[in-house]
Design a protein around this ligand. Sequence first.
Ligand code: PMP
Length: 492
Amino acid sequence: MTVHESVVDAIGGTPLFRLARLGAGLAAPVYAKAEFLNIGGSVKDRAALSMVLAAERDGLLRPGGTIIEATSGNTGIGLTIVGRQRGYRVIACVSDRSAAEKSDILRAYGAEVVLAPTAVPAEDPDHLFNVVRRLAEEIPGAWLANQYDNPANPDAHVRTTGPEVWEQTGGRVTHFVAGVGTGGTISGTGAFLKKASGGGVTVIGADPESSSYAGGDGSPYFVESIGHFLHPDTAEDRWPESYHREAVDRFERIPDRESLLTARRLAREEGLLAGPSSGTAVAAALRVARRLGPEDLVVVLLPDSGRSYLSKLYSDDWLRRWGFLEEPRGAEDTEPTVRAVLDAAGFHAGAVAGVGTGPGAGRPGGPVTVASDASLAEALAVLRAVPGGIAPVVLARPARPYGISATEVLGSLSAAAVERAVAEGRAAPDGPVTSVLGPALPTVGVGQPLSEAREALGPGQDAALVLADGRAVALVHRSALGSWAGSVGRGA
Ligand code: PMP
C-alpha cells in the first residue's frame, strides 16, 4: 500500500481502464486514463503543481504570497490544494457559466471565489480575464498562474502524463485522444508521445462541434471546460499559448448530445463517472477506433469526475429541459411530448435527434428571430409576418451553421410593444431593438411532456421556445399546446 507524506505527492500516476463495453466489437482496444482519480479530482492537479513549483523557482511566488487564477473550477481546485499546502492565499475567479458545485468545492478547500462573466466581449472590463488581471495588479505579492499561457502547464504533461501513458501501454499506444481547453494536456502529452514513438503516435483533439479550435464558428456549446468560444463582438480572438497546434494531427468534432449521452454511457456501462468533456473525448475515441485495426491502441483521457455535474448532465430533467433527452420517463409514461406537436405541424425536428449526425447535418432552420443589431423598423417588418407577432431576439452572428444556441437568446420582441413604444415617443423606428427588448420567452425541451410545456408557459405568456440539443428549433404557441388532442405518441 502507498503511504504519502503530503497529498501533493499523490498527484499523477492514474490508472488506465479498458473500455470493454463501449468498445465492444471494435478491433482496436480503447483505454481510458482516469484523471478524475487525482487527489483534487481532475487532470488539472498536474498543471497546478507544475505551475506553482515553476513560480517558486522563478521567484514569482514568495512566502505569504497570493495565487490568483481564472478557472472553470478544476485548475482552481488543484491550485488551492497545492497552494494551501504550501502556505499561500488562493483566489479563484470562476466563469458564471460553470457548474455551481465547482465553486462550492473551491470554497471547501479554502479558496476565495470571485464569479465573473465570460459571455461578454473579451474587451469588456467585467470579462473574467480582465477581472483576474486587475486583482493581480492590486494585491501585493499576488501571482497570476495564467494556465492559458504558462509553459509550466503543458510541461506538466511532457513530464508526467505522457511518460505514464507510454509506460502503461508498454509503448504500444498508437492514438491519443483528448479535449482541448487551455491545450496543456494535449500539447504536452502529445509532444511526449510523438517523441517517444518516433512520430508513430497520432494525436486527435476532441472538440465540441461549434468550438472554433476545429473550425466551428465559436458559438456556445454545452460541454464545459473544453473548446473555444468566440463572442461575435470580440475584436481580437486569441488562442492560449498553452495550446501548441502542431501537437494535434486532427480533430473529431462532437455535437453536444453525443458528448453528454456518451458520458452517461461511460458511467452506466463502464462504471466510470466522468464529466461532460470526458464524454466528448470518449465519443471521439470511439469514432477513431472504428477506423483502426487490432495492432492499434487508443488512449483517451478522462479529465474530471461526474460528481460535479449531478444537477446537469446526470439529471434527466435538466437534459430534457434543454432538449437533449426524449425517452419516456418509464413504461407507463405515454403522454405526448412537444415533439408530437412539431411533428403534427409538419416540422421535421427528427433530423436533429440523431447521435453522431456530423457537422451541420439535418439542422432545421429554427424559429423566426430578430437579430440584436436590427433596427426597430426592420424588426417590425419581421414581427408583423409571424403568428402572434412575437419573436426571440438573438445575439447577431454573421452566420449560424449550428443553429441558435439557447444561451444566445437575449429576450423577446413583440410587434405590439414596438408600435406602442414608437407611438408614445419612447423609441425611434431607426433605434435599436435592444431599446424595447422584452423578457426572454419560456423554453421547453422537445422531449418534455405537453403538461410540462403548458406549465412552462404560465398565465402571462403566449409562446414558448422549443429547444432540441440546446438549440432553439421552433416557437410553439399556447393554442397549439392547449388544443392538442392528437393520438400521436412519443417518437411518432
Ligand atoms: N476537461 C475539464 C473538465 C477541464 O477542467 C479541463 C481544463 N480546463 C479540460 C478538459 C481541458 O484540459 P486542458 O486545459 O489541459 O486543455
